[in-house]
Design a protein around this ligand. Structure first.
Ligand code: HSE
Length: 436
């Protein structure tokens, strides 16, 4: 007797879609042996079906109409890889309404419309899986939702934007400037269509919104995530950081403090000896601390056709198994079904150590004026460097502080930036380390 397979329809045959199709075709036998039934690509919809791609599929699966996938009664799983919010949102909601399971890699869509999508899925008794939406090939969704289910998550620290990590690594190791490093990242296909999303922190924020919702049971809260990118980081800051024994990374942070959660994305100085400080190039890493398991760290490729394709295929396999087992909505789509009641902490109240760099006139009394303002805002200085001596000229003055409140730091810097002996705006980078 021929075993009936599970049929999928792919909408969007770009980089990831091609990766997914290549894996499914190449691993057809292996997957069938593992599952006991085949996974069949029934249809592929793309606006441009003539473009040459790195995968060969039978001509009769191609269509330019997403409806041909969404309305095909034989298709069990719709794989949405169109990207963006529209028409991806309409595609996903229609698939759900037509009682099809959905796999998506669309972090932007989930971070902005996740609540509506998961509610619709629950109502229609279908599943929406999204392993590829965060950190590409690292199975971090599965880890948080399933493997760490016995833990209260205390903190997540993620390098979850490969493009920014690639740029910072190039700037650190080769002294390449920001624009040149970005160009290389784009040429390698890591960057989003709008690279501002990568370098200004938006992409990391979308992914953090998803992780925080899963780990802390809070609703998707993209707007409440403090987001700052890497565009202001200079080779000079990278050199000073390394002099203090630190590396600069674009970090997505979700941290539990009492009944509140800190959610923030910003360049962060980390002690060079931390494992996560050694995560370089386009690689991603996510550190998760649970109360039972303690610290854990996951590392892998966060972008690219095959690592991201690997995550999509894993979701297809999971859903296919659930279909066969007659099990639906075994795992909650987002957060905790009851909600956790945790509040998101205001950025003003976040506490951190800081690296500060001022461009100051090299003359007597400057240091005491700056340190006086910092002191009056309850900010204590740990160390100071002023290297070059150029009498009556602007020189960099660098400080590391003890832990201070963000609002106090912002207020103090506003005052310092107004001093006539200070030129330009002060640079400040938050420091995460066990020492305060
Ligand atoms: N632009 C993203 C990155 C791709 O650089 O990480 C994967 O989401």
């Amino acid at each position: 007797m021929k075993k009936q397979g599970v049929s999928i329809g792919i909408i969007g045959l770009g980089t990831i879609g091609t990766g997914v199709a290549r894996i499914l075709l190449k691993k057809r036998g292996e997957l069938e042996a593992r599952l006991g039934f085949p996974i069949v690509i029934k249809r592929v919809a793309d606006r441009d079906i003539r473009r040459k791609r790195a995968v060969r599929l039978p001509l009769n699966v191609f269509t330019t109409s997403a409806d041909k996938v969404l309305d095909d009664p034989d298709i069990d799983i719709v794989v949405e890889l169109a990207g963006g919010i529209h028409p991806a949102k309409e595609i996903v909601l229609r698939a759900i309404k037509n009682r099809k399971h959905v796999v998506t890699a669309n972090k932007l869509l989930l971070a902005t419309a996740g609540t509506e999508i998961f509610r619709a899925a629950l109502k229609n008794r279908v599943e929406v899986w999204f392993e590829a939406a965060v950190a590409g090939g690292i199975p971090i969704i599965k880890i948080i939702r399933e493997a760490l289910a016995g833990n209260t998550v205390q903190a997540i620290y993620g390098i979850i934007n490969g493009t920014s990590n690639y740029i910072l690594t190039k700037m650190t190791d080769e002294g390449v400037d920001f624009a040149e490093a970005l160009k290389q990242a784009q040429a390698l296909g890591y960057a989003e269509a709008d690279p501002a999303l990568d370098v200004q922190g938006g992409d990391s924020a979308h992914k953090l919104a998803i992780l925080a919702s899963l780990a802390f049971g809070v609703p998707f809260s993209l707007k409440k995530i403090y987001t700052e990118g890497i565009t202001r980081i200079t080779p000079m800051d990278i050199a000073f950081a390394s002099e203090f024994g630190y590396r600069i990374k674009l970090l997505a942070i979700a941290k539990r403090t009492n009944r509140e959660i800190e959610l923030r994305v910003h360049p962060t100085m980390l002690p060079g000896e931390y494992l996560i400080s050694g995560v370089n190039g386009v690689f991603n890493a996510v550190y998760v601390e649970g109360d039972a398991v303690g610290p854990t760290l996951y590392y892998g490729k966060g972008a690219g056709d095959m690592p991201t394709g690997s995550a999509v295929v894993s979701d297809i396999v999971d859903i296919a198994r659930n279909i066969r087992a007659g099990a639906v909505n075994r795992i909650q789509g987002l957060g905790a079904p009851q909600g956790s009641g945790l509040k998101i902490k205001k950025m003003d109240n976040v506490r951190s150590c800081y690296y500060l760099r001022f461009s100051v006139m090299d003359k007597p009394g400057v240091l005491s004026r700056i340190s006086g303002i910092l002191g009056s805002h309850d900010i204590s200085i740990k160390s100071v460097i002023q290297k070059t001596r150029k009498k009556e000229k602007a020189v960099p003055l660098v400080m590391m502080t003890h832990e201070a409140r963000e609002k106090d730091m912002v207020d103090a810097l506003k005052e310092i930036n107004r001093l006539s002996v200070v030129s330009g705006r002060a640079m400040y980078i938050r420091v995460e380390s066990a020492q305060t």
